[in-house]
Write a protein that binds this ligand. Sequence first.
Ligand code: UDP
Ligand code: MG
Length: 162
Amino acid sequence: MVQDQEAHAAQMERTFIAIKPDGVQRGLIAEIISRFERKGFKLVAIKILVPSKEFAQKHYHDLKDRPFFYGLCAFLSSGPVVAMVWEGEGVIKYGRKLIGATDPQKSEPGTIRGDLAVVVGRNIIHGSDGPETAKDEINLWFKPQELVSYKSNAEKWIYEGN
Ligand code: UDP
Ligand code: MG
C-alpha cells in the first residue's frame, strides 16, 4: 500500500561505515560486510581508497584535541580503507550495536569489535555515531552520484507492508 511505502521510506536512514586499514589487512572485509548484509541492511555505496592524512584529519575533526588524534589519523591514512554507505531502518544506531564498544576489551562478544579486535587503536571499523555525523561523513567520503538508490528484492521479506 502506498501509505505503508511512504511510512517505510520515511524511516529509511543511511550511515557511513569504514573498514580501517587493520581490518582490510587482516582479511576481514567480507566478514564485516556480511554482518551488515545478513542483518538486512542494504549497501548503497562502496569503494576502496587510501585516505590522505589531511582527509583523515577532516574525518576525525571532532577528536582534534584528544592525545591520540595524530596517531589515529596517521593510522587511518596508512593503507587501504573500505568506505561504505549502508541503508535501512535504524541503521545508524543499530550499526553501532553491530560494531560494539570503542574499546574491544569492553565490546560484547557477538559484536564486530568484540569478536575480531583486541585493542582500541586497532579496532578495525568506523561507524557514524548519529544522524548529523552520518550526513557529514557520507558527504565527506562520497559524491552524490556514487550513492545508488535501488529497491532490493529482499525488502518485502525484511520490512512489513511493501
Ligand atoms: N581511539 C583511540 N584511543 C582512544 C579512543 C579512541 O585510539 O582512547 C581511536 C579508536 O580507533 C576509535 C577512534 O579513535 O575508533 C575514534 O574514537 P571514537 O571515540 O569516535 O570511537 P568510535 O566512534 O570509533 O567507537
Ligand atoms: Mg566516533
